[in-house]
Design a protein around this ligand. Sequence first.
Ligand code: ADP
Ligand code: ASP
Ligand code: MG
Length: 432
Amino acid sequence: MTQVFKFGGASIQDAAAIRRVGELLARFRARPLIVVVSAMGKTTNALETLLAAARAGETEEYRDRLETLRQEHLTTVEALFGDRAGPVTERVEALITELDQLHRRHASRERPFHYDQTVCYGELLSTTIISAWLDEAGMATEWLDARDLVVTDDCHQAANVDWQATVERVRGLATDDDKIRVTQGFIGGTTEGVSTTLGREGSDFSAAILAHCLDAEEVTIWKDVPGLFNADPRRFDNAVQLERISYDEAIELAWHGAKVIHPKTLGPLQQKSIPLTVRSFEDLEAPPSTIGRDTRFDTQTPSLVLLEEQTLLEIRSRDFAFMDEPRQHDILGRLVEAGLHASLIDAGAMRLSLCLDDGHPDRLEPLVSSLCADYAVVRHEDLTLLTVRHADDALLAALSAGRDSLAERRNADTAQRLFPSTQCQGTWHIPL
Ligand code: ADP
Ligand code: ASP
Ligand code: MG
């Protein structure tokens, strides 16, 4: 049965990292194997900046940025292939030329469309280099264009998968030959062949889409951490690894912002009972985490998520009316229309509070203006949202000590508190 491996940006950030991926594949390769790859390092961020420069018509800045992107990829090719770099260099140069030309064609189109046509080049470039490197290292590969495999609608930057059409396109990939099939994460295409993207950090989801459509045996995502922890090990000095966790629990953590897995990843796997393994590409001996049907271990350890760069909107009616269902309906309708997600909704008799991500000012500011026109709105910025699963009162009290909570929400298994970010800096310790 097919295995799907996914490699993120950090695991392929330069020539040395790509070599390590080659070694890893030589050791762990399964048959049939599909390898889903993100853009190298921070290339997607670089492409977003390139797009902004292209749309602002800042030609010199645009040229510099394109040249930097080109040089970074060519340097990797040079370091990997040395004297034999010629054919791969040509393919990279051809992709950069295509990228440059498309800006002229699409500069007057809406930004989400132009975005998708631009940023997909990060993954097209990385997979071109990696596929060639695996061939060089003696593993036969087939490079596949994910825009022909993952069929989506044209909701640019957050495209929705057409599952039936995708199943038909990927069915043939489960061939038990000796080839490693290498394709891009994050990107898809419409039935008309227009490039789309699935949302930032969407490569995990791509791996799950392919696995679901192929009834794969397992998905492995190779990370710079040994597995899924009960809190981000880079923020919490005593985070512990969760070696086994259920789909439902992992979905909750991802939904509340645990950056390690894209939240859409788990649903398609759960539906087919395909286990997801999270393991380290740095320490190949480290025991991984497995996400599957088993729920036995879910409540043993409280899990924590910190979500930064949050803004709180406290919304009241101007005429002292209750914040009843019609008003909630109106406010949440505007939120949906703005394309925003509230990470916390806290309703009282006279007030509705929404906690929103600061990261989309183009959507947030029009929403705030629209609400201010009809309601009394108080805005608090620079906040951090703490979500704790399976917490008791003592743990919550200890985590909140010395911090002022601006909004809260709690149900049977999840508690959330919103604090000023100035009170949340540095490394955290989970009080036990
Ligand atoms: P990728 O290379 O696949 O894009 P990411 O950088 O998105 O990988 O995800 C890995 C990072 O997720 C880790 O470096 C870690 O800091 C962070 N992280 C956040 N929450 C968790 C968690 N609960 N368990 C493990 N890692 C976490
Ligand atoms: N390259 C894309 C991003 O940086 C997708 C991914 O890495 O998962 O968002
Ligand atoms: Mg990521």
